[in-house]
Design a protein around this ligand. Structure first.
Ligand SMILES: [Zn+2]
Length: 495
């Protein structure tokens, strides 16, 4: 590695140290921090973030980047320069007063959003949302775009993706999914009431830890705690933090843990020499989500997986002993249109995202006003899911994203769903006996393949290039529709 590149890498390790400090504080805030610590913690994180921004965008860093850019020799060096340059562009195109105002508005408006949601009073939140949309529009103009203003926002979370890509994705999946949901809706309702109860937390903890360890999460380089909204974070590739939650629904902890472990194993799987450099970790939100969804849904909600683990679950919770494996598999794959995205089943989930994407585009391009949002939201739920929210709390006030200014983020959830099946199909060409492996509790060949093809690539390629390299084609919907269709027809005994 050239001296210039080494100097850039050193600088990025400094930046990474500030990122890690912020991440530790954030993890702590969401897990163990006493309630009154929030105000000082917010202030400290704000100061650290400012220091990070100043260090990253400093003239000195830019000079190091320019110096390294002319000396690149190998793939990894080129990739590192590319990643730093992209991040530098994103960080320097936005004026600091815009960043500061958006950050301040984000924290104020989240507080108001919590109140508005509790009181079911959209009017409280509306002026904040209005201002946020104005700032988000400015942000998009500063970042620049070719076709649609939304492209600039989406690109922040999924490099290279455009609103047109997302529209094409939903155009392909919408009708077949709505059709399948209708067919299932005509069948007698699946009883999953027996998965609700007061389950012992320590047993849930032990069971979920056993599960994520069995699929390959390394507890020597990570741990699992509880948080109100499960998430995964890491401070290096050797310290990856999962969180889960224990609720009345037994599946909450199980699938929350499997989901976060999917994120976590991706983070643990970077090559060692990438650790704490700009090339370490998952390449994009969409690809990251594909891995959490793989372990949560394709593996974790499959019959073979539970052939192995259901007897162990019954051992931990003897209440389940009167219920068969087939009843269990059907119950954890229950399809039912519902109002709340985060509780949606695998099949209806993308329709929630489609609704948010259409509304976000309309809000940002100005064809929908904030005042019209609640009605437009409810109309789309009636149209796509056949149900109408009775309150804005179970309607347009449910997600944190808009109050936090995260416009352009939602589509990456659906991209993750599509990519999970596309990557899984590629995996099955090399590892054809996945069902037998899972039924035997042997996840090593599956993890090794993902490790080799996806996790060990870190951020070396753009998300588009990585998908092409791993699956031989750009992101598409065929594998997803085929896989999902086959799975649900089997679970529900449809023709
Ligand atoms: Zn996730």
């Amino acid at each position: 590695m050239s001296a210039a590149l080494q100097a850039l890498k050193e600088r990025m390790m400094d930046v990474n140290a500030l990122d890690a400090a912020t991440a530790v504080m954030d993890w702590d805030q969401q897990t163990y921090m006493p309630a009154h610590g929030a105000s000082a913690r917010g202030e400290q994180v704000g100061r650290l973030s400012r220091m990070r921004h100043e260090m990253f965008t400093a003239d000195e860093t830019q000079k190091l980047l320019e110096g390294a850019a002319v000396e690149t020799g190998d793939d990894e060096a080129t990739a590192m320069v590319r990643v730093v340059k992209r991040n530098m562009d994103l960080a320097t195109k936005l004026p600091s007063d815009l960043v500061a105002e958006k950050s301040k508005l984000g924290s104020d408006s989240q507080e108001i959003w919590v109140q508005a949601r509790a009181k079911n009073e959209f009017g409280l939140f509306a002026p904040y949302l209005q201002r946020m949309i104005e700032l988000v529009r400015k942000e998009a103009e500063c970042l620049g775009y070719k076709e649609h203003i939304y492209d600039a926002l989406l690109d922040e979370y999924e490099e290279g993706a455009t609103a047109a890509d997302v529209r094409a994705m939903f155009d392909t999946i919408k009708d077949p999914q709505v059709d399948l949901i209708k067919q299932i809706g005509e069948l007698p309702e699946t009883d999953d009431s027996w998965l609700y109860g007061s389950w012992d937390n320590s047993k849930q903890r032990a069971f979920t830890e056993m599960l994520v360890q069995a699929i390959g999460f390394d507890f020597g380089r990570g741990r699992q705690d509880t948080a109100p909204h499960p998430f995964c974070t890491n401070f290096s590739m050797d310290d990856v933090r999962l969180t889960t939650r224990f609720k009345d629904y037994l599946g909450s902890a199980i699938f929350g843990s499997l989901h976060e472990a999917g994120h976590g194993m991706y983070e643990q799987g970077s090559p060692r020499h990438f650790d704490r450099t700009p090339l370490c970790g998952g390449v994009s939100m969409g690809v990251h989500e594909s891995q959490s969804r793989t372990w949560e849904n394709i593996v974790g909600r499959s019959r073979p997986f539970w052939q192995h683990f259901y007897p162990k679950l019954q051992e931990a919770f003897p209440e389940l002993k009167s219920r068969s494996l087939d009843e269990f598999v059907k119950a954890i794959n229950k399809v039912e249109p519902s109002f709340i995205r985060v509780e949606a089943d695998e099949l209806t989930y993308n329709l929630h995202i489609l609704i948010r994407f259409e509304l976000e585009c309309a809000l940002v391009e100005g064809s929908l006003s904030v005042a019209e949002l609640p009605e437009a939201w409810n109309a789309k739920y009636t149209d796509y899911l056949g149900i109408t929210p009775k309150t804005d709390t179970e309607g347009c006030l449910q997600d944190v994203h808009w109050s936090a200014g995260l416009f352009g983020y939602f589509p990456t959830y659906s991209m993750g769903n599509l990519l999970s099946y596309q990557i899984w199909n590629a995996l099955q060409k090399d590892v054809p006996n996945t069902d037998e492996l899972m039924a035997a509790g042997n996840f090593k060949p599956i993890l090794q393949w993902l490790q080799q093809k996806v996790y060990s690539q870190g951020k070396k390629y753009t998300p588009r290039d990585l998908v092409l390299r791993v699956t031989g084609k750009p992101m598409g919907a065929e594998d997803y529709l085929e896989g999902l269709g086959a799975k649900y027809r089997a679970v529900y005994g449809l023709a």
